[in-house]
Design a protein around this ligand. Sequence first.
Ligand code: T5A
Length: 213
Amino acid sequence: MIAELAAKFITLEGMEGAGKSTNLAYICEFFDRQSIKYRVTREPGGTEIAELIRELLLKHHDEAIYPMTELLLIFAARAQHLEAVIKPALANGEWLISDRFTDATYAYQGEGRQLGGDKVELLEKFVQQSLRPDLTIILDVPVELSAQRVRHRGELDRFETESSDFFQRVRDAYYQRAAADPNRYSVIDASRDLQTVQSDLHAVLDDFLDTKV
Ligand code: T5A
């Protein structure tokens, strides 16, 4: 029954090491049990061209990437992703689960890079028109724990070498966005053990299916 309902767009957000990839697998199992047809994707990326832009954004370069260049590259990747993957999947009745989307741009470029939310909003309207996620789950971890989990993985990418002030602004921005629209956002304390995090995740997904679908 649920599988026949209009497809929904779900995004997973949070800082580095918050557990997005780890919990995506759990979300997939949840939807498998519900017999919901879904597709998993990520940003920046999700298509061949957008993945090339991702590589450009994450790699260290001798030449600095200016904040505005970074913002435009992210929206270029998003435009490609929207046309090639997101819109066709939703039109085809497939639910879409994306590891990050435009909330990350508000958090990282708008606040982290201090470009301001107004510029992000302008591009969001231009590129996405009215398309917004139906549910955004923010996995929240303190800045120190995020850095600790990332350090364990070894080499750091261009974002992971940012200062703790940068990441504090990112975290605060996610909080502010969630507080402004509790209907769309759920914030989960991802500093706890995985089983507890996933039990909350289960409750959020159950609630979404019961009340919003
Ligand atoms: N970006 C992206 C922007 O600046 N603007 C944008 O608009 C967009 C879309 C790439 C970068 O792009 C930037 C932000 C990012 O810097 P990404 O690929 O999503 O984005 O990269 P990361 O966030 O860096 O992905 P990570 O793999 O670091 O984070 P995850 O997926 O949140 O964490 P995960 O699941 O890999 O877990 C990390 C470690 O923690 C452990 C896991 O086992 C793993 O070892 N872990 C836990 N340990 C204990 N308890 C728990 N509850 C745990 N959960 C996970």
